[in-house]
Design a protein around this ligand. Structure first.
Ligand code: MLT
Length: 242
């Protein structure tokens, strides 16, 4: 198999600089959207429909969806469910269809669709499953960081470094971003939580007393599933990594 390529896009504002055609795009929003989506799918949720705007998401309640909405780290007005991964761990939403809108993550998913071969969601909680799946495919990979309101963020970029580090045996780096983040990850992987405690969104969540979510989002390989977009819905696919 010819060596495939992996590259990193640091923000949805930069996605136009990257070619999506025939690539697998892995969207990452560590604090918290993609971590929450994997936790939900890993606890039996039937599907998650990412929605860019609040109005559209609210309206989906009348179609039988459980709606989840977050803005600026807090539960959006008129929504019961915000964006905490902990809300799904007891299986309360098993077999339900979720419609979800968040500040950055759902927008990044939307911007990853045009032309891409597959869209996956990635998080530390299913890091190895995603790497294993990508290695089993025959396509180039683009890691798309959701960032914060168009800006670079530390946690998504560090995840990109972690994934690149697991892929390097079978993929070549097609951008300096991949090299830079691999280096940053490898020099901080022994204390991810300590390093990311200084991340701007971690501080924002701490201000909202949402520390438990941060700890969860930095847990490694809790789920052996990938989250994959099928049509407009994200669904789980179990990955046997042994
Ligand atoms: C986002 O989409 O920006 C994040 O998921 C925000 C959050 O959950 O705090």
């Amino acid at each position: 198999m010819t060596k495939r390529k992996v590259e990193v896009c640091f923000s949805p504002e930069l996605i136009h600089l990257h070619e999506l055609e025939n690539k697998i795009v892995v969207v990452v929003d560590i604090f918290r959207a993609t971590s929450t989506m994997i936790a939900a799918l890993g606890n039996g949720v039937a599907s998650i429909t990412p929605v860019a705007d609040l109005e559209t998401c609210r309206a989906m309640q009348s179609e039988g969806y459980v709606i989840a909405g977050e803005r600026n780290g807090q539960t959006a007005e008129g929504f019961m469910l915000g964006n905490s991964p902990l809300a799904y761990l007891d299986g309360a939403y098993a077999n339900q269809k979720i419609a979800m809108t968040t500040t950055n993550g759902t927008l990044a998913i939307e911007k990853s669709k045009p032309g891409s071969k597959q869209v996956l969601i990635g998080a530390f909680v299913n890091l190895r499953a995603t790497a294993y799946y990508l290695t089993s495919q025959n396509d180039d990979v683009l890691i798309h960081c959701a960032g914060w309101k168009g800006k670079f963020n530390l946690e998504d970029s560090l995840y990109a470094g972690a994934l690149v580090s697991l892929l390097e045996e079978n993929f070549e780096f097609d951008c300096d971003g991949a090299i830079a983040m691999k280096g940053l990850y490898e020099s901080n992987k022994s204390d991810l939580a300590g390093f990311l405690a200084q991340a701007s969104h971690a501080k924002r969540l701490q201000n909202h007393q949402i520390e438990a979510d941060i700890d969860f989002c930095l847990s490694l390989d809790l789920f052996s599933i990938i989250g994959k977009l099928q049509g407009q819905e994200l669904v789980a696919q179990v990955i046997e990594t042994k």
